[in-house]
Design a protein around this ligand. Structure first.
Ligand code: NAD
Length: 443
């Protein structure tokens, strides 16, 4: 590798990055607003403050995370000292989506830089204002051979993918994830794929419905439903449905008022294409509440939908917008049947007071991560791995795992010379075979 930076130089770059982000925080918030009317609170909580906290924690822990780690040696290698060296992969490509356009571009960049890589970052073209400010900040902080931003859309990404990389970190849709995996396979480039899916939100008859509704409304309509871990559909015990709907209607009004279009706290759909995609999923006769739309403002109100057809357009793919289908179940068997109809989701939520049911649900289904009695918040704990499984992704990151994701872990045995047991060397006499067997039995 031609370009290697020691820990203190990486740390210095991260401190400079933090200074620039802090200095430009208002501009970033403004860019996010111009891109899709992202509410100020949400921009601070999920983009700028989130990143500043990530920078602080990385700067604080970088020496610890990068340190050579001694491990217990194997008796077979006696006498030896064994350890793990974390080595930067080299040239890393990061491709980011539009839905959290600042956070999901900068968060992997921080980890890749901390781990000592050279980074090329491709932000989403669908949030041009945010992409532009990311470009300006990275240009100011880094030398080109250390980290740079390439702006552009599909064509620009395809050009980047045609090059050879040492690691590719992609956040986006399942469909594009497959394109990335194919391009990476050509050079056997290791990848992380942070994708999406249909995230079930199960509510049983013991759940605190009022609180569940409050937490689901927040997690679903945050970023106007354009969150990879937003609840995609509700699975509710049939007896609870009408009560739950009443609570949901109340909570939507509490959060966004009678007309969410006037609320400064409700974002817009990213563009007309996605607006049309979402509107085409709405069957008007199934609307419980909401269903108000305005193409010129890329607006769709928080919408609850009574769904009984698992093959409807709404239930066929990840919704990724403020439409929430409510489906009823009779018993656990029905829950299992519905969930297993879809690919493994990125998140699963279960609202219940029944600890056994919660535990069973969490263990029974395969999904990226999730919560019991809440939505989305597992994202906020840096100690929890964040990533999907199956179609919802490959690999995970956050906290130290982010640093580890961008490092190759090299296992080393340092053999001592003061002793050299003869057992492993040929000729393998019968005596040696019986000693080996005894040793294996003893261990
Ligand atoms: P996307 O897959 O359309 O785009 C992501 C990136 O890929 C963009 O930078 C885009 O320029 C590029 N791209 C698009 N088409 C391409 C092509 N044909 N060839 C090469 N590159 C291409 O995703 P999006 O619409 O930006 O984001 C929404 C999706 O991302 C949702 O499915 C959501 O669930 C998922 N997502 C996942 C996470 C996670 O952490 N797992 C986070 C956010 C979003």
């Amino acid at each position: 590798m031609s370009y290697k930076l020691n820990i203190s130089a990486r740390k210095e770059a991260l401190i400079k990055l933090m200074d620039e982000i802090v200095k430009h925080e208002n501009e970033i918030i403004q860019a996010l607003y111009e891109d899709f009317k992202k509410p100020v609170f949400e921009s601070i909580a999920t983009e700028t403050s989130y990143i500043i906290s990530e920078l602080k924690s990385t700067i604080k822990n970088i020496e610890k995370w990068a340190k050579i780690k001694n491990v217990t040696p194997s008796i077979f290698n006696f006498p030896s000292t064994d350890y793990i060296v974390k080595e930067p992969y080299g040239k890393v490509l990061i491709i980011a989506p539009w839905n959290y356009p600042f956070q999901l571009a900068i968060s992997p960049l921080i980890a890749a830089v901390a781990a000592g890589n050279q980074v090329t970052l491709k932000p989403s073209e669908l949030t041009p204002k945010t992409s532009a400010i990311i470009f300006r900040i990275i240009e100011k902080v880094f030398q080109h051979q250390h980290a740079k931003v390439i702006e552009g859309g599909v064509e620009a990404t395809q050009k980047l993918l045609a090059q050879r990389w040492d690691y590719i970190f992609f956040t986006g849709s399942v469909a594009v994830g497959k394109i990335i995996a194919k391009a990476a396979a050509k050079h056997l480039t290791p990848i992380t794929l942070e994708l999406g899916g249909k995230n079930p939100c199960i509510i049983d008859e013991t759940a605190n419905l009022k609180l569940a509704a409050k937490r689901i409304v927040w997690g679903k309509f945050l970023n106007a439903g354009q969150t990879c871990i937003a609840p995609d559909y509700i699975l509710i015990q049939e007896k609870m449905k009408s009560h739950f709907i009443d609570f949901m209607k109340n909570e939507i009004t509490n959060a966004y008022g009678e007309n969410p279009k006037d609320s400064p706290d409700f974002a817009r759909i990213i563009n007309e294409k996605n607006w049309h995609r979402l509107v085409s999923m709405i069957e008007p006769e199934k609307i419980i509440t909401g269903g108000k739309t305005d193409v010129e403002d890329c607006y769709i109100s928080p919408t609850l939908i009574e769904e009984n057809n698992l093959d409807s357009l709404l239930m066929r793919e990840e919704i990724f917008g403020p439409l929430l289908p409510i489906i009823t179940y009779k018993d656990e068997k029905e829950i299992d049947k519905i969930i297993s109809k879809y690919e493994k989701p990125l998140a699963l939520y279960v609202f219940t007071d029944d600890t056994k049911f919660a535990r069973k649900t969490i263990l029974k289904h395969s999904f990226g991560g999730g919560c019991i009695n809440d939505t989305v918040i597992h994202f906020a704990n840096k100690k929890l791995p964040f990533g999907g499984v199956g179609h919802s992704g490959i690999g995970a990151y956050h906290g130290q795992l982010s640093f580890d994701t961008f490092s190759h872990h090299k296992g080393i045995v340092k053999k001592a010379n003061w002793l050299d047991l003869n057992l492993r060397y040929a000729p393998y006499t019968n005596n040696k075979i019986s000693t080996l067997k005894k040793l294996l039995n003893w261990l």
